[in-house]
Design a protein around this ligand. Structure first.
Ligand SMILES: [Zn+2]
Length: 128
């Protein structure tokens, strides 16, 4: 059952995220896996700007500084990535040709959002 849960830091609702997504974004994921032990905690992604928590569960939080890359949707920096599959920054996302390219590749199922995007989801809604 997919449902949203409030971020413990900013109280904005986070969306469910898989372990597969998290282990492709945390630094030294072998350490994070070890911390989990046998617990199958449900993790959520927080997209709100200014909040330092990226992933959270009822037991733990994973902060921006524990990840390999800056999370574009949480930043106002023009150079951070919005589309991780095709390397599109916030600045480039407003370009119609680039947006069309990303939409075309997504329709052709050439994207890899579930592992490349920290949210684990398609980035198209973040294009202006
Ligand atoms: Zn938050």
């Amino acid at each position: 059952m997919v449902h949203n849960v409030a971020c413990p830091e900013c109280t904005v609702m986070g969306s469910p995220v898989t372990v597969q997504t998290i282990i492709h974004h945390v630094q030294q994921p072998w350490l994070w896996q070890k911390d989990q032990q046998d617990e199958a905690w449900d993790y959520y992604f927080c997209a709100s700007q200014g909040c330092t928590t990226v992933y959270f569960s009822s037991q733990a939080q994973i902060k921006q500084d524990e990840l390999r890359l800056e999370v574009g949707v949480k930043s106002s920096n023009e150079d951070t990535l919005i589309c991780y599959c095709f390397d599109v920054s916030r600045k480039n996302a407003s370009h119609p040709d680039i947006k069309a390219y990303v939409i075309g590749q997504t329709k052709a199922k050439q994207c890899a959002c579930s592992v490349r995007n920290p949210s684990g989801r398609c980035c198209i809604k973040n294009f202006t």
